[in-house]
Design a protein around this ligand. Structure first.
Ligand SMILES: *Cc1c(COP(=O)(O)O)cnc(C)c1O
Length: 388
């Protein structure tokens, strides 16, 4: 008999994850396990499958490009990379874009760009927020303001300082003459779906402008339509100096990017930064199809409408279930705060056919595909009602 995926995993894959189900197929908001059971996927590959699983437009674009030119290195032009850069530039900031493969790598690009820019006057320190998440490389793990991700991996990367999220005085206190940039999430994702307050965002922008410090946003989770705007910071009417994106950008295909303002667009010169797989024709074809699908299907509008429907539904469940403490979120980035441990609830919901992610100790995180329908929202609410 063939060993099961679980057995093979146990023997051959480093145990950085402890996966539960074996999924074999996906379509839209549904996924199926190896026993044929269907699940309503309200985690979307951790905020990756924003256009749903196997969206036909993305599948077709990948299939076509895979048979035409997959990879040719960045020593040559490819037809799709500059088109994707133009598209992203038009969605925000109007400057240039660097392509890579992941969220951590996109943040690393912002760090290096800030250091290069700051090296003119000897500044290099980057302030990030407590309870944030920025990735698992040495620098992004250091930037992540949660000690649980750093323990055992010391020494941390020099040049980072931390401030309280949504506390402008704390950011001011963290600044030194060496500070070159501030990095922040518009909605803290791994931190338990905590939206920034409008006062904090406008205050941060004013403070950074006054002190000539770069303001960067990590849009890896909140970006690509998740909050009902293309990027989370656009809910606050402010303009950062740069931002990172990844997760949903390729509709399930790996691609990351960092975008900056025109003022910062030529900080890097040839030889300063690179990524072998950054912006391959295949990745860019997937991303272009994904962004076009979000536009064509008005998924920003749907994220707003379904987000309201879902959060209203969750709030309506609160009086019936004493374990519900509060509901928070923006668009389809929704957190249900419980006064009981979230992990066992996540497991029960899975048994009942609804996938979501426990984050922190007491929060259930819901980041469904933006193509989710009113009927699917109501179905998820019914599973929650029954399970809670
Ligand atoms: C997931 C995530 C990252 C890391 O992205 P990877 O692709 O796993 O490197 C960084 N920042 C935020 C906000 C994220 O949610």
């Amino acid at each position: 008999m063939q060993p099961s995926p679980k057995e093979l995993f146990g023997q051959y894959v480093m145990p950085t994850y402890a996966p539960g189900l074996t999924l074999v197929r996906g379509a839209g908001v549904s996924v199926w396990d190896d026993a044929g059971k269907e699940y309503l996927d309200f985690m979307a590959g951790i905020a990756v499958n924003n256009v749903g699983h196997c969206h036909p437009a993305v599948v077709a674009a990948i299939a076509k490009q895979a048979g035409t030119l997959m990879h040719c290195s960045n020593l040559f032009h490819n037809e799709l990379q500059p088109r994707l850069a133009q598209k992203i530039s038009r969605l925000a900031l109007g400057g240039k874009v660097f392509f890579c493969n992941s969220g951590a790598e996109a943040n690393e690009c912002l760090f290096k760009l800030a250091r290069k820019w700051g090296s003119m006057d000897g500044r290099h320190e980057i302030v990030t927020m407590k309870n944030s998440f920025h990735g698992r490389t040495l620098a992004t793990m250091t930037a992540t303001g949660q000690t649980k991700y750093q323990k055992g991996f010391e020494p941390l990367m020099p040049g980072f300082a931390y401030a309280e999220f949504n506390n402008l005085d704390s950011v001011k206190a963290a600044l030194t003459p060496a500070t070159v940039a501030v990095l922040c999430e518009a909605v803290q994702g791994e931190g338990g779906i905590v939206p920034a307050t409008p006062e904090f965002m406008t205050g941060l922008r004013a403070l950074c402008t006054e002190k000539k410090i770069l303001l960067f946003f990590d849009e890896v989770q909140a970006g690509i339509g998740r909050t009902g705007k293309w990027f989370g910071f656009q809910n606050y009417g402010i303009r950062p100096d740069g931002f990172s994106m990844a997760k949903a950008l390729g509709g399930g295909f790996p691609i990351g990017a960092a975008a900056v303002t025109p003022e910062l667009s030529d900080v890097f010169q040839p030889g300063n930064h690179a990524s072998t797989f950054g912006g391959t024709p295949l990745a860019c074809a997937a991303a272009l199809a994904t962004l076009e699908t979000i536009e064509k299907e008005d998924l920003l509008g749907n994220a707003v409408r379904m987000g309201v429907r879902f959060m209203d539904g969750l709030k309506a469940l609160a009086p019936k279930h004493a374990c519900i403490q509060s509901v928070r979120g923006v668009g389809l980035m929704v957190g249900l705060v419980l006064n009981v441990p979230a992990k066992p609830v996540e497991a029960k919901l899975r048994e009942n056919g609804l996938l979501c992610i426990a984050t922190g100790d007491h929060v259930l995180r819901f980041v469904p595909p933006l193509v989710v329908s009113p009927a699917q929202i109501d179905q998820a609410l019914a599973v929650l009602d029954r399970t809670l």
